[in-house]
Design a binder for this molecule. Structure first.
Ligand code: ASP
Ligand code: MG
Length: 416
């Protein structure tokens, strides 16, 4: 007997028919003798609909009331799954965020989970009752409902798994695992049987949409074994496994190790260039401090060599969603920063290659630059970390870049 968490995403929960499919999967695990907690998302599209209502009601909505509204989608699916399980003869009950409770801080609409009280959960599981927990929600001091940021039910699942010391956290979704790249762009992308926490963290943060980035960070910190798998397809690998396991590096043997594990792309960044910024100490600080104060995350940064005129151009990227606010902050700061002009471009994409293998191998970045160069793709900015190289390119070249890099690093599957 093991304790497991099963998490089902919005596509898996969209409609009673699909909820029956989910219930059947839960029933199988219960019949195998496991103690099961299930974490569910709202039906696909539902949270968007609820967010839309808030915006329509007032563009300056109160985040505390926003959380009351948008957390409702998961309340519905958790109740429906409990009803469906009961109808199949599986004892089940729902536990809303405030009932367990799942404590969070008071950062409404993007709250962080603190402690999860497992007293009730432990009792429920020990008595053989499946606990159905709505993802994405919690409760903050003052007894207010909170939500964890879009895609947050992955984080709920990992947090519940950590709190109840689950053997693993199975995340059921509409794809059968984590791929070397987006299979819609590269049909010869391969499913990875294992990926390290660190790699998954990088992949999620640079555009791979399988898991919320925060959930991967939490899994790494709490050492939760996460598996990503399909709720629609039971196909197994040649070695009998399903899905992709996200685990510590020590669990991956050298045989399986590739130089590059995956290639991600992200079209949600915008490029900003400030021209003729004075070349003096403090100039760069005066650009980024007000952006940080406004809560805007700057990602890639390039500062060019100073011109003979004693000034330099500074280029960087911000999330597209924050572009308008960034421009506002920078225009207001023109006097203090002292730049000549401000240019921006949203038709850019960030392409990243990720792999722990690059720690011990030279030449990963140069392969990337040469491969792109050979196709006439210009590089606008570069950033690197120990296990990642990212470049900014023109958006129109996204698919081509991903495809040629996938081939260049030897990731293509044998047959399509
Ligand atoms: N329903 C929420 C969302 O759409 C949370 C989740 O599904 O992970 O963002
Ligand atoms: Mg999701």
């Amino acid at each position: 007997m093991a304790r497991i968490v099963m998490k089902f995403g919005g596509t898996s929960m969209a409609g009673i028919e699909r909820i029956r499919n989910v219930a059947a999967r839960v029933k199988r695990e219960v019949e195998a003798g496991h103690q099961v907690a299930v974490v569910v998302s709202a039906m696909a599209g539902e949270t968007d609909r609820l967010v839309g209502f808030c915006r329509e009601a007032s563009s300056l909505y109160d985040p505390q009331e926003y959380d009351v509204v948008v957390s409702a989608g998961e309340q519905i699916t958790s109740g429906l799954l409990a009803i469906t399980l009961q109808a199949m003869g599986v004892p089940a009950r729902s536990w809303l965020g405030w009932q367990l409770p799942i404590h969070t801080d008071t950062a409404f609409a993007k709250a962080r989970i603190g402690e999860i009280d497992t007293t009730a959960l432990d009792e429920s599981l020990a008595s053989g009752v499946v606990a159905v927990i709505p993802g994405f929600q919690g409760v903050a001091e003052g007894n207010r409902v909170t939500t964890l940021g879009r895609g947050g039910s992955d984080t709920s699942a990992v947090a519940v798994a950590a709190a109840m010391k689950a053997e693993r956290c199975d995340i059921y979704t509409d794809v059968d695992g984590v791929y070397t790249t987006d299979p819609r762009i590269v049909p010869r992308a391969r499913k990875l049987s294992k990926v390290t926490y660190e790699e998954m963290l990088e992949l999620a943060s640079v555009g791979a949409k399988v898991l919320q980035t925060r959930s991967v960070g939490l899994a790494m910190k709490e050492q939760v074994r996460v598996r990503v798998l399909s709720s629609f397809d039971d196909a197994r690998d040649e070695d009998g496994h399903r899905g992709t396991l996200i685990v510590g590096e020590e669990e991956i043997d050298d045989m399986e190790r590739q130089l590059i594990t995956g290639i991600a792309h992200d079209k949600n960044e915008a490029k900003i260039t400030l021209t003729a910024v004075p070349d003096r100490p403090g100039a760069v600080g005066s650009i980024f401090a007000p952006l940080a104060d406004a809560g805007i995350n700057v990602d890639m940064i390039v500062q060019n060599i100073a011109h003979s005129t004693g000034s330099t151009d500074v280029t960087f990227t911000v999330p597209s969603a924050d572009l308008a606010r960034s421009l506002d902050v920078l225009e207001k700061g023109q006097g203090e920063i002292g730049y000549a002009s401000l240019v921006h471009d949203t038709r850019v994409a960030k392409i990243s290659v990720v792999g722990v293998g690059m720690r011990s191998h030279a030449g990963v970045a140069s392969t990337m630059f040469q491969t792109l160069g050979a196709r006439g793709i210009n590089i606008l900015a570069i950033t690197t970390s120990e296990i990642k190289v990212s470049v900014l390119i023109e958006e129109d070249y996204t698919e081509l870049a991903v495809r040629v890099l996938h081939t260049a690093y030897g990731l293509d599957a044998e047959a399509a």
